[in-house]
Design a protein around this ligand. Structure first.
Ligand SMILES: CC(C)(COP(=O)(O)OP(=O)(O)OC[C@H]1O[C@@H](n2cnc3c(N)ncnc32)[C@H](O)[C@@H]1OP(=O)(O)O)[C@@H](O)C(=O)NCCC(=O)NCCS
Length: 168
């Protein structure tokens, strides 16, 4: 689908593909250290081959991922959103979203979060959980986009678990 950021940048949002490995690897390299740490919870300078396989070769059901790319440069990723169902009955999924630094605060995170929640509900997911650094107001704001009430999980060693019930 075609979308516009609040600054007018045109982007395309679509499901991730196995052929996105190189684009994703480059996208992660271009993230600031802070954004990378907020997404992966470690310094993680680059993704390994195994991680790239895991992140792009998804089944679209248990593990679902969207990429946002520039409409004028389709091999340039600007954001990624994914959920992975937790083992068990599959009603809860771990969600993670990242937006490239130059495109943050232009509504893309929110757009991806809403699309991700739609795809999750269609696949039987009723609850998102997320693991984030304790000090991550943007991630909390995104979770609040999906549900007014946040369930707080544990806080330990600077890491926080948050969950939301997806509206029907
Ligand atoms: C979290 C993230 C995806 C948000 O993406 P984004 O495109 O900047 O988000 P949006 O522009 O759609 O803004 C969504 C909300 O976050 C708020 N927000 C964004 N950046 C913020 C910041 N640095 N501080 C406080 N609030 C912030 C916005 O005000 C908005 O809130 P509102 O809906 O109440 O107005 C982005 O900051 C990011 O990639 N961070 C690093 C990775 C990460 O932390 N991922 C989440 C944990 S997995």
């Amino acid at each position: 689908m075609l979308a516009r950021l609040t600054d007018g940048t045109r982007i395309v949002i679509r499901e991730i593909r196995p052929t996105d490995k190189r684009m994703l690897a480059r996208g992660v390299e271009l993230l600031s250290e802070e954004t990378r740490r907020r997404r992966f919870l470690t310094a993680k300078p680059r993704l390994t081959r195994g991680e790239l396989r895991y992140l792009t070769e998804v089944d679209g059901e248990r593990h679902f991922a969207l990429v946002a790319v520039l409409a004028d440069q389709l091999d340039h990723v600007v954001g990624v959103a994914r959920f992975v169902k937790l083992p068990g009955e599959g009603a809860t999924a771990d969600a993670a979203i990242v937006v490239g630094d130059p495109w943050q605060r232009r509504g893309l995170g929110r757009r991806l979060a809403l699309l991700l929640a739609d795809a999750a509900r269609e696949r039987g997911v009723r609850r998102f959980s997320a693991t984030m650094l304790s000090d991550n107001p943007a991630a909390i704001a995104l979770m609040r986009t999906l549900a007014a009430r946040l369930e707080g999980g544990g806080h330990a060693a600077g890491i926080r678990e948050v969950a939301v019930e997806l509206a029907a």
